[in-house]
Design a binder for this molecule. Structure first.
Ligand code: CDP
Length: 211
């Protein structure tokens, strides 16, 4: 059983995907971390995330332990991620790991939940359940702003809003696996929902759909 969860930045897809996985005892993969790790590695080596050779070398050198780095949560890593993620050869290198995770979840678990931008369209086009989680951009920016403040980081709301809009545009307008809802995905709009409500709505759908 594969559950694909896609959507734009700060839509609540990670929180939702993690909760679904924990509820069903499925494996969980945050595929954004893979792109963040590649972007972060390029920056760490003093390179430009838009430089194909640098990004490709970082993607090829990536290993699972790199995903545990807490610095991947930063907005600097997010911007670098969305730059390396626009490069088709980089995506091709990272595809196999994601497909293998979905096909053979670790520890023999009975299913996998993957979240990202192209899970329902490219990584797992045959997923049994596809959710597209979204919310108004101002609401998403307020959530990200609060998250940063809660972590004790400096954050200025108009800058967070602009950064989200820029990243949404880069993710949606790229030619390689753009952010788009799969035709057979159901949309979960979390604009007016808290995490419990989003989970109840999505889980109700999963139960009906997989009965
Ligand atoms: O947590 P947030 O939604 O802000 O971002 P993320 O899921 O960690 O993804 C960071 C960036 O990686 C995105 O802006 C995308 O450019 C890229 N990404 C992608 O292209 N494909 C995926 N399956 C996951 C992430």
């Amino acid at each position: 059983m594969i559950i694909a969860v896609d959507g734009p930045a700060a839509s609540g897809k990670g929180t939702l995907a993690r909760r679904i996985a924990s509820h069903l005892h499925y494996a969980y993969l945050d595929t954004g971390k893979i792109y963040r790790a590649v972007g972060h590695a390029v920056l760490g080596a003093g390179g430009d995330p838009e430089d194909l050779d640098a990004a490709l070398a970082a993607a090829r050198a990536l290993n699972a332990a790199d995903l545990a780095n807490s610095e991947l949560a930063s907005d600097i890593a997010a911007v670098a991620a969305s730059k390396v993620a626009a490069l088709e050869p980089v995506r091709a290198v990272l595809l196999g790991f994601q497909k293998d995770f979905a096909a053979s979840p670790p520890c023999g678990l009975g299913g996998a939940v993957l979240d990202g931008r192209d899970i329902g369209t490219v990584v797992c086009p045959d997923a049994e359940v596809k959710l597209f989680v979204t919310a108004d951009v101002e609401v998403r920016a307020r959530r990200r702003h609060k998250e940063l403040l809660d972590k004790g980081e400096a954050s200025i709301y108009p800058r967070v809003l602009k950064a989200l809009k820029d990243r949404d545009a880069r993710d949606s307008n790229r030619s390689a696996a753009p952010l788009i809802a799969a035709a057979d995905a159901i949309v979960v709009d979390t604009t007016a929902m808290d995490p419990d409500e989003a989970f109840a709505s999505a889980f109700g759908y999963i139960q009906k759909h997989t009965d």
